[in-house]
Design a protein around this ligand. Structure first.
Ligand code: GLN
Length: 273
């Protein structure tokens, strides 16, 4: 069998469970070949099938995300290491980085609450090298991934990470104030019908936030006043149907709120000032 034939068969097999079956198959094949996807398509289509490709397709057919199988995910044009310890960075979250860059003219100190893989903070710092970033997370396994990503992206001097949970009293002691706070908290409703790829493989602690998905916003928003410098801004990711509820929480806490939409036109980020 050639690579071209194996790709066709794998795409057909994966189409039962994946909306991106052909892309998945190509990414797994490129990984098995140790080639880039463009090299795969330009140079390897008539080659023999590499050892290991069938096993990768089996894992994907069992709903394991491509990002976990490859151990990495592109976000904001950068390659991030990912493991099951963190949420896989999503294209929709690039909206948070863009919104943050818009309000960042002299952002010197940036806090990323629930940094996970470090994607939001490190993408922001890659564009805004004068800033100093701190990422916190309640998971030490996630922090280890963020540290690896800071190193791989050459941002060690700009970013540091600290183990902390916004549910613990005094978690922010000694951190000081920030010009910018970024946060993609858990916001999925407890009984939401999530895709098995997400439900079985991504950390529940990064996804679920009580019956309405609002528990973490309720914990975070009242603390923002004590974290932001005068004139500072917070950029929060929200679920597509949560704009009114979260904006309401923010306005009750005295913030002016601006909504940003993702590329599909859905509500995705709120900027609080
Ligand atoms: N956007 C993610 C999803 O729908 C959820 C991310 C989050 O809870 N912060 O799977």
């Amino acid at each position: 069998m050639t690579v071209a034939e194996a790709l066709r068969a794998a795409a057909e097999r994966l189409a039962v469970t994946s909306d991106t079956a052909r892309l998945d198959a190509e990414m797994l094949m490129a990984h098995a070949l140790g080639a880039s996807r463009s090299d795969l398509l330009l140079r390897h289509m008539r080659d023999g099938v590499p050892d290991g490709f069938a096993g990768l397709v089996e894992r994907r057919a069992a709903r394991e995300p491509v990002a976990h199988i490859l151990g990495e995910q592109e976000f904001y044009g950068l390659t991030f290491r990912v493991t099951p310890a963190t949420l896989i960075p999503r294209g929709d979250s690039e909206t948070i980085v863009s919104a943050a860059l818009e309000c960042a003219s002299d952002a010197q100190r940036v806090l990323d609450m629930g940094t996970g893989s470090g994607a939001l903070l490190l993408a922001f710092l890659s564009e805004c090298r004068g800033a100093e970033g701190i990422g916190i997370d309640a998971s030490t396994d996630a922090l280890a991934v963020a540290e690896v990503n800071a190193g791989r992206l050459g941002l060690r001097a700009h970013a540091s990470f600290r183990h902390a949970s916004w549910h613990d009293a005094g978690w922010a002691a000694g951190l000081g104030r920030f010009d910018l706070v970024l946060c993609n908290p858990p916001y999925v409703e407890l009984d939401a019908a999530l895709d098995p790829d997400v439900r079985l493989f991504e950390p529940a602690s990064a996804l679920f936030a009580g019956p309405e998905g609002l528990d973490d916003y309720r914990a975070i928003i009242p603390q923002l006043g004590g974290l932001l410098s005068p004139g500072g801004a917070a950029v929060l990711e929200i679920g597509a149907s949560q704009d009114r509820a979260v904006a309401g929480l923010a306005e009750s806490a005295g913030f002016a709120v601006t909504l940003h939409r993702d590329l599909a036109g859905r509500p995705r980020a709120l900027v609080l000032r």
